[in-house]
Design a protein around this ligand. Structure first.
Ligand code: BG6
Length: 467
């Protein structure tokens, strides 16, 4: 069979934050595993020359994951640098030259979304798009209309099978395990619906703030940065039906149906927050209206999920860094023994990071004469094994042309369709103190007597925000 793997790795934004934190470490890891044997071409405006780019690659590896001198020597030797403006034809002529005999390049757009159009046009007019693949970072567009326009533009120069919309959450082991755990076991399916599930919460909390990304973040905000993509992807994996068949599109078809079943949000479903001091961060406008926190109530309009609220919280400067899914089950119909005071006694908890685990919350009798129970957890803690970093896994898949863990055109647009009505400052931004769980208004999102559950730093049991 003809080998259709890409034969050159080209990345735009070679001196940017993403290349520094993720791409150089992923390239080094692929080289170390012996998976990667092709030229690496970085494009940027700001590095003076190849030596400066090599120095930046070295520094990036020293800071992110550690330098492996053998693998770095190979990376450094394969690295080429094309310096230039993305608006200039000369840049793409230089790229053409750097590609040499490579005939199936992979282009990675590690650049702000407003540059995608210029780069796609530059590639197409220099004829660099032939037999090529393109990896596009999130956020893919700024809203539904711009995502549709971007899809149209990309698809003029590349077929859908050559477009890899990356969401690094899909490359994470515990995120893949959401799907595996659901469909490789039979005990969840009977309860995985509105008859047994009371609510679902997904929390993505980060203690840190902007860390040098203020300028980028201030054009995006939490909803575009992590809700439209990471959070909705997680909810799609939790709610989708089992795929019929094993080809990548069988799974992507079901995921697409899950996105389409998400009811578009209304302003009443959302509370936005901004941590105190955000407007003073480097690169942030002093009158910024961007949110660093969002709390959302979402509904899924399917027979399986009708009436079950899905709650999302994502924020910077929270009290812990943790991402967790809590599927809370309904209470038993009758209290046969003691009073079950802990409302969340039965649940399935997927801890996605850090300290990955899956836990089932249950009640068990405490030893002793009295018939009194306590909350316990049955916990699965997968060993770390030889876990691949998400970027290493996803770049490897894109190089091989495997689309399974990438977002398809229709899904990215459906996900934008969910958040589109709440973009554009249609809701106020409330200030919150750093190291808290967001503005007090967040409580308004909860239906009935539902409560937020805050992930614990240690991955121990999740506790209700207020007992
Ligand atoms: C990125 C967001 O996509 O995901 C960041 O742009 C966020 O704001 C990051 O911090 C979190 O990813 P991870 O893998 O570190 O949990």
């Amino acid at each position: 069979m003809r080998n259709l793997d890409s034969d050159a790795f080209v990345f735009f934004g070679a001196t940017g934050d993403l290349a520094y934190k993720q791409i150089f470490p992923a390239l080094q890891a692929m080289i170390r595993r012996g998976h990667f044997n092709m030229p690496i071409i970085g494009l940027a405006r700001s590095a003076r020359d190849l030596d400066q780019l090599r120095a930046r690659a070295r520094e990036s590896l020293e800071k992110h994951g550690g330098l492996d001198s053998g693998a770095f020597a190979v990376l450094s030797e394969r690295l080429q640098y094309v310096n230039g403006d993305y608006g200039s034809e000369q840049t793409f002529r230089d790229l053409r030259k750097a590609l040499g005999g490579a005939s199936r390049p992979l282009y990675y757009f590690a650049i702000p979304p407003d540059l995608f159009v210029t780069v796609v046009q530059g590639l197409a007019s220099a004829g660099c798009n032939k037999d090529a693949r393109v990896v596009v970072e999130k956020p893919f567009g700024r809203d539904l209309a711009s995502a549709q326009a971007l899809n149209r533009l990309l698809l003029q120069s590349f077929p859908e099978s050559a477009v890899f919309r990356i969401d690094h959450y899909l490359g994470k082991e515990p995120v893949q395990n959401l799907l595996y755990f659901r469909f490789a076991n039979s005990f969840l399916e009977p309860i995985w619906n509105s008859n047994y599930v009371r609510s679902v919460q997904v929390t993505m909390a980060e203690t840190f703030g902007m860390e040098g990304r203020g300028k980028f973040y201030d054009e995006i905000g939490a909803i575009r940065d992590v809700v439209q993509n990471h959070m909705l992807e997680v909810i799609a994996l939790l709610t989708m039906e089992a795929p019929t068949g094993r080809d990548p599109d069988a799974l992507r078809d079901e995921k697409q149906r899950a996105f389409r079943a998400m009811r578009p949000l209304t302003p009443g479903d959302v509370v936005r927050g901004r941590f105190h001091g955000y407007r003073k961060e480097d690169g942030v406008a002093s009158d910024s209206q961007v949110e660093t926190f969002a709390a959302i109530r979402l509904h899924i309009d399917t027979w399986r999920w009708a009436g079950v609220p899905f709650y999302i919280r994502a924020g910077k400067r929270m009290p812990v860094t943790a991402t967790e899914v809590l599927v809370e089950l309904k209470r038993p119909p009758q209290e046969v023994f003691d009073t079950i005071t802990q409302r969340q006694a039965n649940y399935v908890r997927f801890r996605l990071s850090p300290n990955v685990s899956i836990a089932l919350g249950a009640r068990a009798k405490m030893p002793g004469e009295a018939i009194v129970g306590e909350d316990v957890e049955l916990v699965v803690r997968p060993g770390s094994g030889d876990e691949m970093m998400p970027y290493e896994r996803l770049l490897g898949d894109a190089i091989r042309g495997d689309p399974l863990l990438f977002v398809r055109e229709d899904s990215v647009e459906a996900a934008w369709g969910v958040v589109d009505p709440i973009l554009g400052n249609v809701t106020p931004v409330h200030e919150y103190e750093a190291n808290t769980w967001g503005p007090v208004e967040t409580e308004q999102i909860m239906s009935g007597d539902d409560r937020w559950h805050n992930p614990q730093p240690s991955a121990e049991k999740t506790l209700a925000a207020k007992e």
